[in-house]
Write a protein that binds this ligand. Structure first.
Ligand SMILES: Cc1cc2nc3c(=O)[nH]c(=O)nc-3n(C[C@H](O)[C@H](O)[C@H](O)COP(=O)(O)O)c2cc1C
Length: 410
C-alpha cells in the first residue's frame, strides 16, 4: 500500500502471520530504473536511493514473502523496473486496479482493465524476463459485467501468471461501497476449470484472520488480501490481534522505525492510521495522550516519552525470531510437496492457520535459519529458498556485519 507499507509495518505484519506482502513503488517505472541500491551494514536494510532520498526500502528477512507491485503501462519499462529490484523480492505483481488519476492518466492501474492487450503484454513480458522461481501475478478490479470480467480473467490467466487478486469492486466503486464478494465464486470456479492451478486471492472488506474464514467460505478463494484493516492494525493477521494498540504496538513500532532509520514523516503517517479496540479502563485516555504526543512531534526525539527509550534493536530481534519460527513451518510444508504451486501453498496454509501452527517446537532448532546476503544478524547465511518456488539463486553474497550481533536463541 502506498505510504502505509513501510518496512517496520511490513515486519510487524510478517511477525503476525501475513503470508505474502505486496510492496509498492509509487514512481513511474522510468524513474525507478535509475536508482542506486545501498545496503546498511548494521541493520541490513536495503535502500533504493534516488538523488536525495531513499525511494524504496526493504529488509532481507522479508524477501521470501515480498511481492513487488509494479504500476506500468509499458512492458519494456516494467521489465527494467523488475530487474532493478529482483534480487530483493520473491515475485512481481502488476497493479491493474488503482483508480486514482495519478495511475490512470498514464494508462496504468485500472486503465489497464479496458486495455487488455497492453495489460497482457506487460504480464507476458515480465513472465518471460524474470527467472521462473520469481512469481508474476496481477491484481484487478471487477468489470461492470461478469461476462467481461471472465473474458479478461481468461486472457490474464493464459499469460502464465501464478496468482490473481480480485478486488471485488469495480473501477467506479469507492471504498465505502460494499465489496461484491459474491461475484468471486464464479471467477474462482472459472479459473479452476482452466486447469492451471492459479491461486485466486480475494480482496475487499476482509477485517482480519477470523473474518478471512468467512470470505474464503463465501468465495472459494485460496486466500485473502487485507488492506485498510491492516493499515489500522498490523496485527489483524493474527487470530489474536492486539487491542489497546497505542500501548502495545505503538511504542515498539516507534523504536523499530528509529532503529531501521525509517523516514520520520512516513513513520508518523503510519502511526496516525493505527486504531484498535480498548480493553483497559484507561485505554481511551492513553490513546489520546499518545496521539497528542505524535501529532505535535517533528522527529523521533519528540516521542521518547511514548517509545520509552531507544532499544529498537531488541524489537527487531523479536521479529526476526518470530519470522524464523514461522519460516521453519512454511518450508516444512513446501518440502513435503516439491511440486507445490502458489495455489496449493496459499490454500493449505490459509485454511490450517492458527498461530501455534507456526511456532518451532520447544527445544528444537529452527532447521532453516532465514539469513540473507545483507547482514541481518551476523554470520547467518541465507539458505532459505523463495517461498513459492523453492529456489532462490539471486540472493547477494553475504557481507559480514560491521557491528555483529549474537545469534538469537530459539
Ligand atoms: C492507503 C491505501 C493505499 C493503497 N495502495 C494501493 C496500492 O499501492 N496498490 C494496490 O493495488 N492497491 C492499493 N490500495 C487498495 C487496496 O489494496 C485494496 O484494494 C482496497 O483498499 C480494498 O481492500 P480493503 O477493503 O481490504 O481495504 C490502497 C488502499 C489504501 C487505503
Amino acid at each position: 500500500m502506498v505510504r502505509s507499507g513501510a518496512v517496520p509495518t511490513r515486519l510487524f505484519r510478517f511477525e503476525n502471520m501475513v503470508l505474502l506482502w505486496y510492496g509498492v513503488q509509487k514512481l513511474s517505472t522510468k524513474q525507478f530504473c535509475t536508482l542506486k541500491r545501498v545496503v546498511d551494514p548494521v541493520t541490513g536494510v536495503v535502500s533504493y536511493n534516488g538523488k536525495s532520498r531513499a525511494i524504496w526500502t526493504t529488509h532481507p528477512i522479508e524477501k521470501p514473502y515480498l511481492i513487488y507491485q509494479i504500476g506500468s503501462a509499458d512492458p519494456e519499462l516494467a521489465v527494467q523496473a523488475a530487474k532493478t529490484v529482483m534480487q530483493d523480492v520473491s515475485g512481481f505483481d502488476l497493479n491493474c486496479g488503482c483508480p486514482k488519476p495519478f495511475s490512470t492518466h498514464a494508462g496504468m492501474g485500472a486503465a489497464l482493465l479496458t486495455n487488455p492487450d497492453l495489460l497482457c503484454s506487460i504480464l507476458t513480458a515480465l513472465r518471460q524476463a524474470v527467472p521462473p522461481e520469481l512469481t508474476v501475478t496481477a491484481k484487478i478490479r471487477l468489470l461492470p459485467s461478469q461476462e467481461d470480467t471472465l473474458k479478461l480473467v481468461e486472457r490474464i490467466v493464459n499469460t502464465g501468471i501464478s496468482a490473481l487478486t480480485v478486488h471485488c469492486r469495480t473501477r467506479n466503486m469507492r471504498e465505502r461501497d460494499r465489496a461484491t464478494i459474491e461475484r468471486l465464486r464464479e471467477i474462482v470456479d472459472f479459473v479452476k476449470a482452466m486447469g492451471k492451478d492459479i491461486a485466486v486471492i480475494e480482496n475487499g472488506d476482509c477485517l482480519g484472520a477470523e473474518d478471512a474464514n468467512r470470505v474464503r467460505q463465501a468465495t472459494g478463494a485460496h486466500s485473502v488480501m487485507i488492506a485498510r484493516a491492516a493499515e489500522s492494525n498490523p496485527s489483524c493477521f493474527s487470530s489474536t490481534p492486539l487491542s489497546d494498540i497505542h500501548e502495545t504496538l505503538v511504542p515498539a513500532y516507534i523504536r523499530l522505525s528509529k532503529y531501521l532509520d525509517n523516514n520520520w514523516s512516513l513513520t508518523k503517517f503510519c502511526l496516525s492510521q493505527f486504531k484498535s479496540p480498548h480493553t483497559k479502563p484507561n485505554g481511551k485516555a492513553e490513546e489520546r495522550r499518545v496521539r497528542e504526543s505524535i501529532v505535535k512531534s517533528r522527529s523521533f526525539e519528540d516521542v521518547v516519552d511514548v517509545a520509552g527509550g531507544w532499544t529498537g534493536e531488541e524489537d527487531f530481534r523479536e521479529i526476526v525470531r518470530a519470522i524464523e519460527a514461522r519460516d521453519a513451518k512454511v518450508h516444512e510444508e513446501l518440502e513435503q510437496e516439491e511440486e507445490a504451486t502458489m495455489a496449493d501453498v496459499l490454500s493449505r496454509i490459509s485454511s490450517q492457520r492458527s498461530d501455534n501452527a507456526y511456532i518451532t517446537p520447544p527445544g528444537t532448532q529452527n532447521p532453516h535459519p532465514p539469513s540473507s546476503g545483507a547482514p541481518l544478524i551476523a554470520d547467518i547465511q541465507r539458505t532459505l529458498p523463495a517461498l513459492i518456488s523453492g529456489q532462490d539463486p539471486m540472493t547477494p553474497t553475504h557481507t559480514p556485519s560491521i557491528n555483529p550481533l549474537p545469534m538469537p536463541v530459539l
